[in-house]
Ligand binder design. Sequence first.
Ligand SMILES: Nc1ncnc2c1ncn2[C@@H]1O[C@H](COP(=O)(O)OP(=O)(O)OP(=O)(O)O)[C@@H](O)[C@H]1O
Length: 325
Amino acid sequence: MIELSGIAQSYGAQTVLQDIDLSVRDGEFLALLGPSGSGKTTLLRIIAGLAFPERGTVCFNGEDVTDLKVAQRKVGFVFQHYALFKHMTVADNVGFGLSVRGRRERPSREAIRARAEELLDLVQLGGLGARYPAQLSGGQRQRVALARALATEPQLLLLDEPFGALDAQVRKHLRRWLGDLHKQMGLTTIFVTHDQEEALELADRVVVMEGGRIEQVGSPEEIYMAPASPFVARFVGESTRLPGGHLVRPHDIEIETSGDVGHPVQVANVFRKGGFWRIEAHSEELAGLIEFDSDGRRSPPAAGDTVHIRPRRFHIIHGLDGGAS
Ligand SMILES: Nc1ncnc2c1ncn2[C@@H]1O[C@H](COP(=O)(O)OP(=O)(O)OP(=O)(O)O)[C@@H](O)[C@H]1O
């Protein structure tokens, strides 16, 4: 169990984190999600022991580790820019954390080699230990970095945008793979992402951050279906504002074909979006465009048409009239 209490950090006049309270359960897969500059990486570095907070405490299993350095915390981490050692083979990269241990704790050379091979199998790179990083693809390199992080048997795994630099396909593939690996190993894992899809798909719980504060902590369903603030509603998933001020998911709006119930809107643009149509429309009551979706198998309304729309009942995001734009 990891417990952060009252964590605060600033750089010069800029407050980067304030009043951060957070508990992470054993075995949990937790996502820190937020826009650029919201403080995710700073928080992760404080949990790792790579940075030290101005105020607040970090506890691992009831022990105060706030002042302990990274090497004393038993954490493994993969940062996007924490590159592999180019001049070392893949196997030596994986075994690095073990080979630099003090003489008493250092396993034998053979044991390190065996452990590296075992971990390379785990990340599905068995047999590639003799290669150099330059002879691997980007996705393979990230898996080596993960194997390297796991080599020292950390009690906690920290990942900072581990797949950020990869193309969308590889990223999606590695995301699934990481989810499976977590299920298999059950290691407490905290990962930073600004990609809501990644957070919602992988995490047991998502921590949404903005401006150095936690806006909401919850399961992916809670975050998506019951956002605690307009910020969360806008940042996680798509939302659109209806006359009356409610925010609604575009796919939860339907066109009312029987009579004149619902809100009359005038269609401005229609786009094909995979299996459905995305429609943008104006309303006399609202500045800005309302977005909603229509079944892709039916022909969509045309620009200039007036249609009546209404939200399907249960998924209105309530109480968010203020602040929405
Ligand atoms: N060492 C530092 N010195 C000064 N300012 C810093 C330092 N590290 C971070 N900051 C500032 O703190 C704020 C939060 O940065 P942080 O990297 O934690 O955000 P983030 O949410 O991880 O963003 P990103 O997704 O862009 O990585 C930013 O405004 C950043 O410029």
